[in-house]
Design a protein around this ligand. Structure first.
Ligand SMILES: *Cc1c(COP(=O)(O)O)cnc(C)c1O
Length: 426
C-alpha cells in the first residue's frame, strides 16, 4: 500500500497534488511520501517482532535511497542502516542513526573506510573475504579496538530476477563459501581485535519467490549449527535484504508477513539475534518520478515515441536492469479515452534511453505530466548528470506539506564544480 492516489481527477501524494510540486519545482522531479516510508518500515519491523534473541535489527539498505531526509524519516521509526561505503556510514550518522544500528557491508572496503567504521563503532562489519578479515584485524588492532563482525557467506542459490542483481551464486563476487566461512570464523575468533559475532548473507534483489530464500536461509541455519558444533559462539544471523516489490507486469512478491512466517519457520529454536537489510521493499513504492511530455514523435513507419524530459540519467533501471515501471498520467484518465500505444523515451543520446516500448497509455501530448511509479528505490540514488543534465531534484511530502530535500543544481553550480586547469585559464 502507498499514499499516491487519484483525487478530484488528479494524482496526489498524501495531501499534496503532484501537479503543484511539478509546477513549483519543475520536472523531472522525484517525490517521496513520508507516510509510505514509515508504513513500509513498520510493516516490516512488526512482522519480525519477537523473533530470535532480543529484537531483530532492521538495517535499511541506504543505497536504495540515501537522501538524508529519507534516512532521517526512517531513523525516527527506529531504523538501522546497512551501508556499503564510508559515504553511506556518514549519511546514516548525519541522519541520526546510532552506530549501534549501523552495519557496514561491501566487497571492497578500503583500509581508510574500515578505520572510519571501527572508530565510529558500527555494530557489525560484514567481512566478505580473507584479505578483508586480515586488513580489518590490523586496522582495529592499530586503533586499539575490538570490532564485531559477521562473515558474509555466499549460499550458492539462484534467486531468480535479473542477473545484474543476483548476488548469491558462487560465481558472483560476494561473500565466501560455507567451507571458507568455517575456517574464517575460527580465524576471526583467534584474532584479539576481532569479535566474531555472526554470519550474514544477501542473495540478491527484487526476489519475488520465497523458495530460493528459504533454501539459502536453511543453509545459513545449518552453518550456525555447524559453527556451534565446532565450539564457536554465534550471536547474530543477518539474512540480508532482497524482498521484491510489485513493478509493472512483474510477478507479485510475497507480503512481509509471509516472508516473516518463512523466516520464523526456518530459524525456529535457533538462539540468535536476527538482522535484516531491506532496501527496495522500504523505499520503492514510497517514491515517484514526475516527468513532462516534451512532444509526441510519430514516425511514418508506425512507431509513436512519447518523448519525456526525464532520461536514463534520472532513472536508469529500465536501461540497466530491463526493468519496467508503471506510468500514470497526473490527470486521471477518463474511463472512455481509448488507449494509445507509445514507445516511452527520454532525451539522452543513447538508444538505451528507452523506458519502455509498446506501452498502452491514455492519449498524451506536449506539456502533459506523467509519473513513473515505484521509483523511490534505486532511482535518484543512481541518477547522474550524463549529457550535462542537472541532477534530478528530490521532494519529500508529509501530510499537506512538502519540502525540497535535494535541489536541482543551477547550470552555474553545475559548471562551477569543475575548476579550469590553471594553464587553460585565459
Ligand atoms: C543492496 C543490498 C541490500 C538491499 O537489497 P534490496 O533488494 O534493496 O532489499 C541489502 N544488503 C546488501 C549487502 C546489499 O548489497
Amino acid at each position: 500500500m502507498d499514499h499516491f492516489d487519484y483525487r478530484d481527477g488528479e494524482l496526489w501524494c498524501e495531501g499534496v497534488a503532484l501537479s503543484a510540486i511539478a509546477k513549483a519545482v519543475g520536472t523531472p522531479v522525484y517525490v517521496y511520501s513520508s507516510a509510505t516510508l514509515e508504513r513500509h518500515f513498520n510493516v516490516f519491523q512488526d512482522a519480525f517482532k519477537g523473533l530470535g534473541v532480543g529484537e531483530p535489527l532492521v538495517a535499511y539498505a541506504v543505497k536504495a535511497n540515501s537522501n538524508l531526509s529519507v534516512l532521517s524519516t526512517l531513523a525516527a521509526q527506529g531504523a538501522g542502516a546497512d551501508t556499503v561505503s564510508e559515504g553511506e556510514v556518514r549519511r546514516a550518522l548525519a541522519a541520526g542513526i546510532p552506530p549501534s544500528r549501523i552495519v557496514f557491508s561491501g566487497v571492497g572496503k578500503t583500509a581508510a573506510e574500515l578505520a572510519f567504521a571501527v572508530q565510529t563503532g558500527v555494530c557489525e562489519i560484514n567481512v566478505e573475504s580473507e584479505p578483508e578479515l586480515d586488513l580489518l584485524a590490523e586496522v582495529a588492532a592499530r586503533l586499539g579496538k575490538r570490532q564485531a563482525i559477521a562473515i558474509r557467506v555466499n549460499p550458492d542459490v539462484s534467486a531468480g530476477g535479473h542477473a545484474k542483481i543476483a548476488t548469491g551464486k558462487s560465481e558472483n563476487k560476494f561473500g565466501v563459501s560455507f567451507a571458507e566461512a568455517l575456517r574464517l570464523y575460527a580465524k576471526a575468533e583467534s584474532l584479539p581485535s576481532i569479535h566474531a559475532a555472526g554470519v550474514a548473507c544477501h542473495i540478491g534483489s527484487q526476489i519475488t519467490d520465497l523458495t530460493p530464500m528459504r533454501e539459502a536461509f536453511a543453509k545459513m541455519r545449518g552453518l550456525v549449527e555447524n559453527l556451534r558444533q565446532h565450539g564457536h559462539r554465534v550471536e547474530r544471523l543477518d539474512l540480508g535484504g532482497g524482498l521484491g516489490v510489485p513493478y509493472f507486469n512483474q510477478p507479485t512478491p510475497p507480503a512481509p508477513d509471509a516472508f516473516a512466517a518463512m523466516v520464523a519457520e526456518v530459524t525456529q529454536g535457533l538462539d540468535v539475534q536476527l538482522a535484516f537489510e531491506p532496501g527496495r521493499m522500504i523505499a520503492a513504492n514510497a517514491g515517484v518520478l514526475i516527468s513532462e511530455v516534451i512532444h509526441v514523435h510519430e514516425r511514418p513507419e508506425g512507431r509513436r515515441f512519447l518523448v519525456l524530459d526525464a532520461g536514463m540519467n534520472d532513472l536508469i533501471r529500465p536501461a540497466m536492469y530491463d526493468a519496467y515501471h508503471a506510468i500514470s498520467p497526473l490527470k486521471e484518465p477518463t474511463g472512455d479515452a481509448s488507449l494509445v500505444t507509445y514507445d516511452v523515451v527520454g532525451p539522452v543520446c543513447e538508444t538505451g534511453d528507452t523506458f519502455t516500448r509498446d506501452r498502452d497509455l491514455p492519449p498524451l501530448g506536449s506539456g502533459d505530466l506523467v509519473a513513473f511509479l515505484s521509483a523511490g528505490a534505486y532511482g535518484a540514488a543512481m541518477s547522474s548528470e550524463y549529457n550535462s543534465r542537472p541532477l534530478v531534484p528530490e521532494v519529500l511530502v508529509k501530510g499537506d506539506d512538502y519540502a525540497v530535500i535535494r535541489p536541482r543544481p543551477s547550470y552555474d553550480e553545475m559548471l562551477a564544480r569543475e575548476p579550469m586547469a590553471p594553464w587553460l585559464k585565459a
